[in-house]
Design a protein around this ligand. Structure first.
Ligand code: SF4
Length: 129
């Protein structure tokens, strides 16, 4: 495939991974689970919430999927991420979180807490009664 400079490589990779997740039949655990995890990781990269550990784990998934998947879909599904990390490392480097706190960069605290603030407030009011 040929893309011109107007295309966002990371978005192309995200779409490829979405395709592989949709097309996996799910028989092999590495293909089924690895595809979903790698899609989550590339979405974190695009959102600027990924860390180096996410990329390292992509490499581990890629090797596991390549060696243990039963068909060509699973053995090649990781290639968009792995190839783009290799050919365009600067795109990933620019997106990796530089956060230096104790929470994993990939952990979205606001999202995890969404909806709970109201529950917590009601609980506090219940206790005060
Ligand atoms: S590698 Fe092939 S057979 Fe295995 S889960 Fe993926 S699509 Fe199915």
């Amino acid at each position: 495939m040929i893309f011109d400079e107007t295309r966002d490589i990371l978005e192309i990779v995200r779409r490829f991974m979405h395709f592989f997740v949709e097309e996996s039949c799910g028989i092999c655990t590495p293909c089924r689970a690895g595809g979903v995890d790698m899609l989550n990781k590339i979405e974190r990269v695009v959102a600027g919430r990924a860390c180096q550990q996410d990329l390292d784990e992509c490499n581990q998934w890629a090797e596991l999927m390549r060696c243990t998947s039963r068909c060509g879909l699973g053995t090649t599904a990781a290639r968009p991420i792995i190839t783009s990390i290799d050919k365009f490392p600067e795109l990933y480097e620019a997106k990796l979180s530089k956060a230096k706190h104790t929470l994993l960069a990939s952990f979205d605290l606001e999202k995890a807490m969404s909806g709970h603030a109201e529950v917590f407030k009601n609980l506090v009011e219940e206790v005060r009664k």
